[in-house]
Structures are given as C-alpha cells and as structure tokens.
Design a protein around this ligand. Sequence first.
Ligand code: ATP
Length: 363
Amino acid sequence: MTGTLPGQSLSGPLVEIRKLSHSFGGHKALNEVSLTVEPGSYTVLLGPSGSGKTTLLSIIGGFVHPNEGSVFIRGNDFTRAPPARRPTATVFQDYALFPHLTVGNNVGFGLRMRGVPRAARASKVRDALAMVGLADAIHKRPHQLSGGQRQRVALARALVVEPAVLLLDEPLGALDLKLRRQMQDELKALQKRVGTAFIHVTHDQEEAMALADHCVVMSDGRIEDQGPAERVYSRPASRFSATFMGESTLISGKILDLGMDEIRVDTQVGPLSLAGAGEPGFDVSLAIRPEHITLVPESGSVSLGEAVVTDVVFQGSFKRVLAVSTRDPDVTFIAKLRSSYGVAIGDKVELYATPADMVLLSR
Ligand code: ATP
C-alpha cells in the first residue's frame, strides 16, 4: 500500500522554518532565521558557542516556543505544539538514559508512553538495537556500556518511535576524538539506511563536512551561509563562513575597474584580477583556501607577493605554514604545503595562487 501519513503533505519540504526570532531576557539568540529541511536529508547546524544552534534545535523539538516566526513539519504548523505532540525525537549530548532501566527498557520507554502493546514493543526494541549493532546489550544497564555504546542506545531509543525528524544536539561531544570520528561514519551510514531526516548540531567543522548533505553555518543568531558542504567549503558566502568552515587567508581590497567578466581589485598584497562583478570603488575581500596557496608558480597562478614564515606545523602528509606578507603585515597567509617542502620559520618566500581559486566576498 502506498500513501501518506495523516497530516503529511504530498510535496514540499519536510520542515519549514519561517523567520524565527527568539530572545532570552534582552539577548537575541535567534534573528529572523529561515530554513527548509528536505525529507531524507542530513542537515548540520554549525557555528561557534552561543551562535543559536541549540535554540533553533530546541524550537524545532518544541522545548522552546519562539517569540516570532513559525515551524511547519509536513505542512502543519507545530510552532506551539509540545514536544510529545511533534513527529520529532531528540538525542541529547549526555544521552539522558535512565540509569536504573535496562538498555531494552530504555529503548522501549517512548513506545510504552505511547501505549504500544508489550509484544510489538519487544519486537521494535530488538530491531532498533540490532540496527545500532547492540542486540546483545538488551539486558545490560547503561553503566555497563562504553560511551560509544551509550550513544548508540540513545540513537536507538530516539529512532524506535519512527520520528519524521531526528534532532541531535552535539551527540558526539562527550566522546574522545577517535571514537567521535568513528561514530560520525556510523551516524551517516545509519541515517542513509533508515532514511529519517537528521538535524545535527555541532561546533566541529570537520564533523559538519563529514556528515552534512546540507550545511547551515550560524553566527550571532543568524544563518551566514547554507548549502551542500562542498559548496560552502569551496565557495563560502561570507568572511565568517570562509574562516569557520575550514581556514582561509582573507585579503581586503577595493574594486578598481571592470573588464569582460573580470574585475581588477587593489588588494593589500597588490592588484589582482579575477572573475566576478561589482562596482568600482566597492570594498571586497578575497578568500583563499590553504591548499590553494603554493610556493612555486603553477599554470595560471599569480604572485601574492613576498612573505615571512612565522609558523610551520608538520601534520603528516602536509605542513601547515603561516606567513606574514611583507607588503602588509595585517595579511597572514595560511598555506597547506606538501611535507617535502623544506620551509622553516624566518624564511622569506614568494607565494602564489590561481585567481579561479580565490573567492570574492562582499565585505
Ligand atoms: P553552544 O554550542 O555553546 O551550545 P549554541 O550555538 O547552541 O551554543 P545557544 O545555546 O542556542 O547557542 O545560545 C544562544 C544564545 O542564547 C547564547 O548567548 C546563550 O547564552 C543564550 N541562551 C540560550 N539558552 C538560554 C536560556 N535558557 N536562558 C538565557 N539565555 C540563553
């Protein structure tokens, strides 16, 4: 049988957030945030501490009611609905498992609250635990499990109620780095397998890149940039997203004149021509990713001028090098160079980049 669930619209986004604003006391935690989430997608809310990620997630989950704006899920207005009435489930950073209940009873808790009969509950709990690879842990208690296992129990408990949207608030924050990276892979695979839309909050840009189909970069209660992670990385829309989602060298400048599909910019490191449009006299910034800065000219590259190396960090397959422009000491180049390059602190080097790899940003 095919069909739609009650209240489910046939088309349109799964979640639609319209112009949400929210203040705590006098502080504006969210400022006119609009966002859509597609069915089956993995959305990551990325931003520094205090940027409003958790507030946004809490409003979607019904734990906070916004001052302004609305939350539609499957075409229905849930802005004022309590959490239990929403087709959402939340995984918290501390997992919030009940210590006195077995793993099986933890996972079955939401089903019991919903009045699902014992036999159906047992079968759903077994399936959910098998899905996260913990079928054998059904009779254990949370304290007998590792951090990663507890995290998986929390996931099973949230997914067993078959939410339309799973909300995850820094779900890997309590794990050490190695386990965190491993759980990222598991989370992504699990999401693709179950097909539920996930909305995941993190301040870790590597985690965001590893997981997101749709990456939402937040700063100061606003969405700075959003789109596929690759696009946000390769063509960031703002200075903030160029430096928060991975590193960038930022060079300020003023548009000098326009050519055919090209502009000439008077920058802190000298005049540079690149593709783009704008008005002469406008202030702009150029953002260059570290892997696009080289020590030797390549076909099509241009000189960024001389710089003095101030830091070299060996990172296995590459060296992360910081170098300060001799023309303008306010410009610090960040370059990812092949480890075979012999650069040392104090070296004077000439740096290059290809204009096609420079991203033009309005200031
Ligand atoms: P973090 O990664 O540190 O959790 P975040 O991006 O999730 O940060 P929020 O927790 O949404 O940010 O907080 C946004 C702003 O709202 C912050 O300035 C925070 O101090 C404030 N805030 C959040 N919750 C409350 C609250 N319950 N009462 C008062 N202020 C709050």
